[in-house]
Write a protein that binds this ligand. Sequence first.
Ligand SMILES: Nc1ncnc2c1ncn2[C@@H]1O[C@H](COP(=O)(O)OP(=O)(O)OP(=O)(O)O)[C@@H](O)[C@H]1O
Length: 263
Amino acid sequence: MALLELFNLSKRYDQHTIALSDINISVNKGEFIAVIGPSGAGKSTLLRCINRMIEPTNGEVTFDGVDLLHVKRKELRRLRTKIGMIFQHYHLVNRLTVIENVLHGRLGYKSSVVGALGIYTKKEKEQAIQLLRMLGLADQMYKRSDKLSGGQKQRVGIARALIQDPKMLLCDEPIASLDPNASKIIMDYLQKISQSLGITVIVNLHQVDVALQYSDRIIGVSQGQIVYDGTPTDITQEQIHQIYGSDFDDLMVEMNKEKHYAG
Ligand SMILES: Nc1ncnc2c1ncn2[C@@H]1O[C@H](COP(=O)(O)OP(=O)(O)OP(=O)(O)O)[C@@H](O)[C@H]1O
């Protein structure tokens, strides 16, 4: 059985903006999927419709056998703990320490009172420490989060998502604010997490070369529709051109620049 299925998923923001139309995707456990496409194609909307951060206009989202669009609030909250989210701008609480930010990932499991008091079990704290060690942040645990580099902040974001004990991670442009070195570290961690923990990863990316390098499957989105769904080895230059349309030339210039910097 697929872990996630989208049937005819559509999102219309207003009369003139159809961000997604009739998206159909079936995702298996452990898959590493890169969603690529030009700016405004609908990548963010797609990711956010999956966990209902954005309400889809039509269609169905089935996650782990449950119809997500018709569950009650409480059940949605429970299911969302199984879907970790990673953001371009990290969404950390700056004045809190690294470990406190990671523990925030447990809030979905707690009543609002217990959560507001910052009460966490010994087991949760041990798990936070273990995750921070795994992500190379053992020395940073008690630092304020705003003292970290971008790449370190994103690793805190990953630890916060993992402490939820998720079955799937949705990553919305996780490396768009990072330099190539930090980007590589983050992508390597996401790949390792997917491979060693069997967690499904869906990642929106601007960088086609990164998508080709890391994913098992590429979903190309253009003007709210899927125009490619297949392996990175099968995708042709023409298909990349079709996905990016008039942005294709800029993309090639960017890719060449990155190659140049990488030596
Ligand atoms: N809150 C909103 N209200 C109205 N229109 C929106 C809203 N959010 C996004 N859109 C529009 O929906 C379309 C898809 O946007 P979306 O952000 O999903 O694209 P994207 O592929 O993630 O782009 P980018 O790569 O630039 O982040 C765009 O035309 C955008 O202008």
